[in-house]
Design a protein around this ligand. Structure first.
Ligand code: C2E
Ligand code: MG
Ligand code: MG
Length: 472
């Protein structure tokens, strides 16, 4: 039987129009899906408010935009008392209604600025125009007004209910460097208030005093710390997923302060920047990391070491040469050093950063982008910054085993990185569930408490003895 050609062949002309339309529709659907995914990832489904992740991202971006350098920003935390939360736990609809009312009040207090739900009982808002420098009577009035506005009774099915709240305040950028630290600070102010029955103003004065004192000790002590060896390094191992062997360690700096005890880098890395000590700190970390790496190699552990670099270090056009000469002093090949940068490294002096990174890569070092997914213009930097490794931020790993949106985002990051020829390293892997999910997605390297916490050099050497490893 002969089949008429027109019955069997597709007419390309007839196809063009529907195909183009279909492609357009598919693209629109893909965009909608992306918007829906982002929404689910950053917005609390019940309240429609930003969730913890959305808030953390938005707060991180909002704080540096303050024209007064953060001096008039205030973060307000509002939490239902434990007792009231317990009573409401039996009645989710009322709980929802109360939180909804409180979020509206907080929104009004913050003048339409950023607000969100840090948890199902803790709301957080940010307000500007707060004169922290003068905690005087005028502020007493303002703080009283905040308390009154929030604790006014709420209509619950015709019955008036007075919310019992713990209200706290913090100064973004001063009470810690990260949104999580500001929220913790505000909560500790609130706790202080509840325990000591202090008026808000008094609790704030106390905490302002303590924070200012701590900050001063950190600012004035850092130069001495560098000179007098108060700094130490911890090393966190990284595992190669394909072989299960340990392939590298990340150097993480600590400060044993004579009065304040152990201080983590989030508290002093930025201070170093403000005091012009970034370069000295960077040099200290590099030299001590390489000297420790040398000891590891001598003990038979052929590992790479990654070193965190502050964006300001790239202002020095000799940065790459300093790294290479430190490697040669330590008697190590360039391939044993991995330089970690963040997306913000390219915000300032992008051309100089790119040049330094290119030079390091030509010499054999590798470059990793740290905290991927938490910055400003992620995809743009992926295109422009010369690099080898992409480190998926812990915030995406935390709920990867249970949140399908996080899974899709991490899978997309891994696919994109692989398509660009990059190695993917997951940060903050704490459970076997997270590890299994990441392995199934094709992640190349992992780091986190599940494998090991950061360790001092000697403890690392002891730990490594029992680990699968390529011998030097
Ligand atoms: P990072 O480079 O992203 O380092 C990872 C941080 O996560 C480290 O905190 C590490 O102790 C912590 N971590 C590792 N695994 C887990 C986990 O499974 N769960 C949890 N919850 N946390 C985990 P650390 O040491 O406090 O460092 C914080 C940040 O300070 C670093 O983030 C890095 O940006 C910066 N930093 C650390 N050392 C240096 C340094 O020598 N120079 C510079 N410029 N920055 C540094
Ligand atoms: Mg790092
Ligand atoms: Mg990181």
């Amino acid at each position: 039987m002969t089949v008429k050609p027109e019955q069997n062949e597709l007419d390309p002309a007839a196809l063009t129009a529907p195909t183009a339309a279909m492609v357009k529709q598919l693209e629109a659907e893909k965009r909608d899906l992306q918007v829906a995914r982002n929404r689910a990832l950053f917005i609390d489904q019940d309240s429609g408010l930003l969730n913890r992740r959305g808030l953390a991202q938005a707060l991180k971006m909002r704080a540096p935009l303050d024209p007064t350098g953060g001096s008039t920003l205030a973060l307000i935390s509002v939490q239902l008392s434990r007792e009231q939360l317990h009573n409401l736990s039996a009645d989710p609809a009322t709980h929802h209604h109360v939180m909804n009312q409180l979020s509206q009040r907080l929104g009004r207090l913050c003048g339409g600025e950023l607000i969100g739900a840090w948890s199902d009982s803790l709301l957080v808002g940010i307000t500007s125009g707060f004169n922290w420098a003068a905690l005087n009577d005028e502020h007493h009035v303002r703080l009283d007004a905040i308390e009154h506005a929030l604790t006014d009774s709420i209509d619950v099915r015709g019955v008036r209910m007075r919310p019992q709240l713990r209200i706290g305040l913090a100064r973004p950028g001063l009470d810690g460097q990260l949104p999580g630290q500001w929220v913790s600070h505000a909560q500790s102010v609130a706790l202080n208030l509840a325990q000591q029955q202090l008026p808000l103003t008094e609790a704030l004065k106390d905490s302002l005093h303590a924070t200012a004192k701590r900050r001063k000790l950190i600012e004035t002590g850092l130069a001495r710390a560098l000179e007098q060896n108060e700094l130490t390094l911890m090393f966190q191992p990284v595992q190669d997923c394909a072989t299960g062997s340990i392939c590298s360690v990340e150097a993480l700096v600590r400060w044993s302060h004579p009065d304040l005890g152990l201080i983590y880098p989030v508290e002093f890395v930025n201070t170093a920047e403000d005091s012009g000590l970034t370069e000295a700190l960077g040099q200290w970390v590099l030299q001590h990391s390489l000297s420790a790496l040398r000891s590891l190699h001598e003990a038979g552990f052929a590992l790479r070491c990654s070193v965190n670099c502050s964006p300001r270090q790239f202002d020095n056009p000799l940065f790459a040469e300093h790294c290479l000469s430190s490697l040669s002093v330590a008697g190590l090949r360039a391939g044993w050093l991995e330089v970690e940068v963040t997306e913000s490294s390219a915000l300032g002096n992008a051309a100089a950063t790119i040049q330094s990174l290119q030079r390091l890569r030509e010499a054999g070092c590798s470059v990793a982008m740290d905290d991927f997914g938490t910055g400003y213009a992620t995809l743009n930097y992926l295109k422009n910054l010369p690099m080898d490794v992409l480190k998926v931020d812990r915030s995406f790993v935390t709920d990867i085993a249970h949140n399908p949106h996080s899974q899709k985002i991490v899978q997309a990051i891994i696919d994109l990185a692989h398509a660009l020829g990059l190695t993917v390293q997951a940060e903050g892997v704490e459970s076997t569930e997270q590890m299994d999910a990441l392995l199934a997605m094709g992640c190349d390297r992992m780091q986190g408490y599940l494998l090991s916490r950061p360790l001092p050099l000697q403890a690392l050497l002891d730990w490594l003895v029992d680990q699968p490893m390529r011998k030097a």
